[in-house]
Design a protein around this ligand. Structure first.
Ligand SMILES: [Zn+2]
Length: 160
């Protein structure tokens, strides 16, 4: 199976797909052929699209994939080719809004990152900030704790 890059724009949503089964989807075109059970590889006519382009691709699924790509490029323009696959980055937990209980959030920063209070305060003042990076299960408890003190958090899958 090909990795989860949008066939049109090249957007890399492998991390989000792996962790949350979201970020895009596979679309089957008219030239889709199922591979034999014992075959390894990617079936023809089956392509990944990011969430921005999946709906438009689905509308064109009655076409051959090559014709659909031409039509999608007509609609959205062409995108620069992805040069080479990069590493899959782990998702990260971001604090988007600190909320009313700054000292509680400060304490979580210290516990989660091992920073001193002074360093944690620097991070707090730079909201939104990345708290930790890793598999979502590894930061679920921080997420719950932050939300319980009124902070707004989000999981980000893009590496930037
Ligand atoms: Zn796309």
């Amino acid at each position: 199976m090909k990795p989860a890059y949008c066939w049109l724009c090249g957007r890399d949503f492998r991390s989000e797909w792996r962790h949350a089964q979201s970020g895009g989807e596979l679309v089957r075109f008219r030239d889709y052929k199922q591979l034999p059970d014992d075959a390894v590889g990617h079936p023809p006519g089956l392509e990944w699209f990011c969430r921005e382009h999946a709906a438009a691709a689905r509308v064109l699924s009655h076409l051959d994939s090559a014709s659909a790509l031409v039509e999608l490029q007509r609609q959205f323009g062409s995108f620069p080719k992805v040069i080479e696959p990069s590493l899959i980055h782990d998702p990260s937990l971001w604090v988007v809004e600190v909320g009313p209980q700054r000292s509680r959030v400060l304490a979580v920063i210290q516990q989660a990152t091992g920073r001193t209070a002074t360093d944690a305060l620097v991070l707090l003042r730079a909201t939104p900030f990345e708290l930790v990076r890793g598999w979502p299960a590894s930061f679920q408890s921080w997420r719950v704790e932050l939300e319980s003190v009124g902070a707004r958090v989000e999981v980000r899958y893009d590496q930037a």
